[in-house]
Design a protein. Structure first.
Length: 582
C-alpha cells in the first residue's frame, strides 16, 4: 500500500497559512464566517428556525462577531478534526452529502489569522444546555506558530484548549449554536469598526462603526437571498447602541427592488448562456434614495448564489468595464451582472473574485462587448435623457459641420517611417470562391460597426458628440467604438475656463449662452484635432498606442491662451451690443 503525503509539522502549516493569505482582501473573512454559519444551520436539520447574526460581541463589545443560532455543536472532536486542521471542511451534512458549492473560499483561518494574530474565539453550546465549550485559534508570537492555547477550566480545574463556559449571547437562547469572535491584531483593536470601514463607501477616520458597510458588503456578496436568514446589526453612531437588524436579501433583490430601472437580456459567450441583469441606481434626490443603500456602478459575474468581482475595484477600472458595455453617460449609476446557471460547472479562485470555465478565466471583456451590441432600448433612452440639450445645439451642429468641412485634413500628406510594400506579381489563378457565412461569435453588424469607426477615423470624419453634466467625469472623452465624443460641462475644468473668461471680461456678462456655445465648440474641435493628428502621424503605431494619446487628460490639455482670447473677443463684442440694446 502506498504511503500518503501528510503534514505533521506545525511550523509548515503556519507558513502555508501565511502564504495562502497573501492578496486575500480583509473583507473576505466576513464572507467566510457568514458562510460557515449558514452551513452550520443547514447541517442541523432538527432546529430549523435559526439564522446567522452579525453583530458586536456581548463580552468583547468592540469585536466583530458572527453567531449561528440553530447550527450544529462544535464538540472537541469537531475542533480537532476540522477547525484545528488545514484543508478539512464542514460543508457536508450528517448524511454525507455536500450542502453548498464545493468551490470553497480560502477559509476563515487563512483569511483572518495572518491579518489578526489574536485570532478567533469560538464558543459553542448544545440546545437547552447551560454550559458549552470555547477555544481560541491564534498565533504564538514567540514561535510564530498558530495554535489553540490551553486555559484552566474554571469548572473542571483542568488545563485544556477546550475549557467550559456559560457566557453566551442571548441570540442563542435555548438553541444549539456557535459564536465566532474576531479578536484582531491586539486586544484593544476595534475589529467591528475595522471591518465596517473596510467595507464602507467612505474611508475617513471618523467614518464606519454603524454596520452599514458590513451590510452593504454582504448584500453585494450574495446574489440570491441566503439559504439561512442573515441579519446585520445596525448601531447608533453617537452612542454605539444597537438600533436594529438589517436582513441581507442579496444583490439581485437590491437591483429589482431598490433601483429606479432594471431589466435583463439573454446572451451567449463562448458557448455559455448568461442572463445579463442591468439596473440604474437611484441618485441623490430620487424618491426612496438612501445613501446607506445606494451603491456605485459595477460589472460582475453571478453563479450559485454569489457575486464574483473585486469589491474594491479602482474607479477607473469600473469605468473602463462599463464603457466596454456601452455605458458612457453616468456610468457610476449602472450595474450589470452576468448570471450563469448553477448547473454549469465552473471553478473559482481562492479569493472568490474570479470565475473559470474549463480551466480558463471567463473573459469579462467578451461579456461587455456582447452586452454593448445588444443593449436594451430602455437603457439607451436613459443615456440619451441624461445628455444636456440646449437651445443652441442645432446652431452648433451647423457650425461644426462647416468647420470640419474647412479643416482640410489630408491623411495622405502624413510622413511614414515604413517604405511602401511591393509584392511580386502573381499569375492569374482560378476565381475566388464566394464568401461563406461568418464564423465565430461576432456578427457582420458588429464587425462592420468597428470597421466603419476606423474608416471614419482614417478619413477624419467628424465624430458624433453629446454633452453631459457630471462633476466626477473628465472634460472630454472619445469612444472609438461608438465614434462619439462626450463633452462634460459639469467638469471642474470646464467651469474653471469659463470663470477665467468671465473674470477677464471685467463686467457683467449678458451673453453667457454665447460663452457656453463657444467653449463647447472649441473643446470639441481641439480634441478632434488632437485625435486626427495623432492618428495620421502615428498610423504606423498600434491602435492601442494611438489610444494612449487620446486619453481624457491628453484631450483636455489641448487648450491655450490664444483660444481663450478668441472666445473672449467674441463674447466682449456681443456683450457690448447687448448692453446698448439694454
Amino acid at each position: 500500500m502506498s504511503y500518503k503525503i501528510q503534514m505533521n509539522d506545525e511550523t509548515a502549516v503556519s507558513q502555508i497559512i501565511n502564504q495562502l493569505g497573501v492578496g486575500i482582501p480583509l473583507e473576505l473573512g466576513i464572507r467566510e464566517l457568514v458562510v460557515n454559519g449558514i452551513e452550520a444551520c443547514l447541517r442541523n436539520e432538527e432546529e430549523t428556525s435559526g439564522g446567522v447574526w452579525v453583530c458586536k460581541d456581548h463580552i468583547h463589545t468592540n469585536k466583530f462577531s458572527v453567531i449561528n443560532s440553530g447550527g450544529d455543536y462544535l464538540s472537541e472532536k469537531v475542533f480537532r478534526d476540522n477547525l484545528a486542521t488545514l484543508g478539512n471542511t464542514g460543508n457536508v451534512s450528517r448524511g454525507g452529502e455536500r450542502l453548498l458549492d464545493e468551490n470553497k473560499g480560502i477559509g476563515a483561518k487563512v483569511s483572518i489569522l495572518p491579518k489578526m494574530r489574536d485570532g478567533l474565539i469560538y464558543r459553542s453550546r448544545e440546545k437547552d444546555q447551560e454550559l458549552g465549550i470555547m477555544a481560541q485559534m491564534c498565533e504564538d508570537r514567540d514561535k510564530s506558530i498558530y495554535e489553540l492555547p490551553a486555559f484552566q477550566c474554571e469548572y473542571s480545574g483542568e488545563i485544556t484548549s477546550w475549557p467550559h463556559t456559560e457566557n453566551f449571547s442571548s441570540f442563542l437562547d435555548n438553541s444549539t449554536g456557535t459564536e465566532v469572535v474576531c479578536m484582531g491584531e491586539y486586544s484593544e483593536e476595534d475589529t467591528w469598526l475595522k471591518f465596517d470601514q473596510s467595507c464602507g463607501l467612505r474611508k475617513g477616520n471618523t467614518d464606519g462603526g454603524t454596520g452599514y458597510g458590513i451590510f452593504r458588503y454582504l448584500t453585494h456578496r450574495f446574489w440570491n437571498e441566503p439559504q439561512t436568514p442573515v441579519r446585520v446589526g445596525i448601531y447608533d453612531k453617537k452612542n454605539n447602541k444597537l438600533k436594529r437588524f438589517a436582513t441581507v436579501n442579496g444583490l439581485k433583490h437590491f437591483m429589482e427592488n431598490r433601483c429606479k430601472k432594471h431589466g435583463s437580456i439573454n446572451i451567449n459567450v463562448e458557448g455559455i448562456d448568461f442572463i445579463a441583469h442591468w439596473s440604474i441606481i437611484q441618485d441623490y434626490g430620487d424618491e426612496g434614495y438612501s445613501s446607506n443603500w445606494s451603491a456605485s456602478g459595477k460589472t460582475a459575474i453571478a453563479w450559485k448564489g454569489e457575486v464574483y468581482s473585486e469589491f474594491h475595484q479602482h474607479h477607473k477600472t469600473v469605468k473602463k468595464e462599463l464603457n466596454e458595455c456601452g455605458i458612457i453617460v453616468k456610468w457610476q449609476k449602472v450595474m450589470i451582472i452576468f448570471e450563469v446557471a448553477s448547473i454549469v460547472k465552473l471553478q473559482t479562485n481562492a479569493g472568490r473574485t474570479e470565475v473559470f470555465y474549463k480551466g480558463s478565466k471567463i473573459d469579462k471583456f467578451l461579456l461587455h462587448e456582447e452586452f454593448r451590441n445588444n443593449m436594451p432600448q430602455e437603457l439607451k433612452e436613459w443615456q440619451e435623457e441624461n445628455q444636456v440639450k440646449n437651445i443652441d445645439d442645432a446652431d452648433l451642429a451647423k457650425e461644426l459641420k462647416k468647420i470640419f468641412k474647412d479643416m482640410g485634413f489630408t491623411p495622405s500628406l502624413a510622413p511614414t517611417s515604413k517604405p511602401p510594400l511591393k509584392l511580386p506579381r502573381k499569375p492569374p489563378g482560378p476565381p475566388a470562391p464566394p464568401p461563406g457565412p461568418p464564423t465565430g461569435n461576432k456578427s457582420p453588424t458588429k464587425i462592420n460597426k468597428k470597421i466603419n469607426s476606423l474608416r471614419n477615423l482614417k478619413n477624419c470624419v467628424q465624430p458624433n458628440y453629446a454633452f453631459i453634466d457630471d462633476e466626477e467625469a473628465p472634460l472630454c472623452e472619445f469612444h472609438l467604438t461608438e465614434y462619439k465624443m462626450l463633452i462634460n460641462i459639469g467638469s471642474p475644468l470646464y467651469k474653471y475656463r469659463k470663470e477665467r473668461i468671465l473674470k477677464s471680461l471685467q463686467e457683467v456678462c449678458l451673453v453667457k449662452d454665447l460663452l457656453d456655445f463657444n467653449l463647447k465648440k472649441h473643446v470639441f474641435i481641439n480634441a478632434c484635432y488632437r485625435i486626427f493628428e495623432t492618428n495620421i502621424f502615428g498610423k504606423d503605431d498600434t491602435l492601442e498606442t494611438r489610444k494612449e494619446k487620446w486619453k481624457p487628460e491628453c484631450l483636455e490639455s489641448n487648450w491655450n491662451v490664444e483660444t481663450e482670447k478668441s472666445i473672449l473677443k467674441i463674447v466682449r463684442k456681443k456683450n457690448e451690443e447687448q448692453k446698448k440694446i439694454a
